[in-house]
Design a protein around this ligand. Structure first.
Ligand code: RIB
Ligand code: CA
Length: 325
């Protein structure tokens, strides 16, 4: 039997919190249920909600899945380069800084006490060459880990990240937080710059493939007939209901599974067409901060997912999350 792939998910999960993308919790559920993956830890970062609240959300998922043996560590609450963007300060002062409709465990029961960057360093050193980091929020925790412990770079098997936009798809492959920047990268471009230059094998899952044109859209129809006597399936349905309601989406037809695609690619890269590319990130622009840019005449630093069958992948994601163990 092939060994399971060891992964750490670095994430900004929010469950039941109005106005947040709920794709991170779905990604965590997928990682827990995919028999090809061994989830070693969950580390949280600012983004959809503050990282301590994210840890409480992650722990609720682990409790429902009966997997509280998996450690959760709280990480960066601000970008490496400074303060939280005003947009997030405002969001956290409102609904996105508070528990939502799904009850969460207390803060003290929801994390291991170690900083996310330190847990990443420890696990990578304990399992040299074996750990894939699935980064589905800003890359602040991983960048801090690399700054504190540069020796871990050659010990990381791979990074699979959801982030960036390259304009490969004329309609969708652009920014979602600015006209040219995707939010996970825009939240902390300095961090992404450190990670992109670290010489670690990387796979990019960007807005170029995480969009409605590829069919990577979850709809109410996918949830029909699911057996919600299974606790994780019941939570999945609740989380999806919140995601369908998120006001930043006006697509009545469903929600894009951005982050679950990164987990699916970590489980099996063959589900995507991968193209080697050199990608840089704009850290100093006034109008283009956080833009991910394909570079010419430069050696490739990552594999970019350039094509997927999104509809087939969504079906697989739902099947795996709701399978009986
Ligand atoms: O741009 C999509 C990303 O931002 C995803 O990681 C999603 O969770 C959102 O916060
Ligand atoms: Ca995310």
């Amino acid at each position: 039997m092939t060994a399971k792939r060891k992964i750490i998910i670095d994430t900004d999960p929010a469950i039941g919190i109005p106005g947040t993308d709920a794709d991170d919790p779905i990604a965590i559920m997928l990682a827990l249920q995919d028999p090809r993956l061994e989830l070693m830890a969950i580390t949280t970062v600012f983004g959809n909600c503050p990282p301590l609240l994210g840890a409480r959300c992650a722990t609720r998922i682990l409790q429902v899945a009966g997997r509280t043996d998996i450690p959760v560590a709280v990480g960066m609450s601000t970008p490496m380069g400074g303060t939280l963007p005003p947009l997030l300060q405002q969001a956290y002062a409102g609904a996105r800084g508070r528990e939502g409709s799904i009850p969460l465990p207390a803060a003290e029961e929801s994390h291991c006490g170690q900083h996310a960057s330190e847990l990443i360093v420890d696990l990578v050193r304990q399992h040299p060459g074996e750990i894939t980091l699935v980064c589905i929020g800003s890359q602040s925790n991983l960048a801090l880990a690399l700054v504190k412990a540069p020796d871990i770079a050659p010990l990381i098997k791979e990074i699979v990240f959801m982030g960036g936009a390259l304009g490969l798809d004329a309609t969708w492959g652009r920014g979602n937080i600015t006209p040219v920047a995707e939010c996970n990268i825009w939240f902390d471009p300095q961090a992404a710059d450190i990670v992109f230059r670290a010489g670690i094998p990387m796979t990019m899952v960007s807005l170029d493939v995480t969009n409605a044109a590829t069919g990577l859209v979850l709809t109410e129809a996918h949830l029909e007939g699911l057996d919600d006597t299974q606790p994780l399936t019941a939570l999945f349905k609740l989380v999806c209901a919140c995601y369908f309601d998120a006001p930043m989406f006006d697509w009545s037809e469903g929600c894009v599974l951005y982050d679950p695609l990164a987990v699916a690619v970590a489980a099996d890269a063959h589900i995507a067409t991968l193209t080697p590319m050199a990608i840089g990130v704009e850290t100093a622009g006034k109008l283009s901060t956080g833009q991910t840019v394909p570079l010419r005449d430069t050696d490739a630093n990552m594999q970019v997912c350039t094509q997927i069958d999104g509809a087939a992948i969504v079906q697989d994601i739902v099947r795996i999350i709701t399978r009986k163990a």
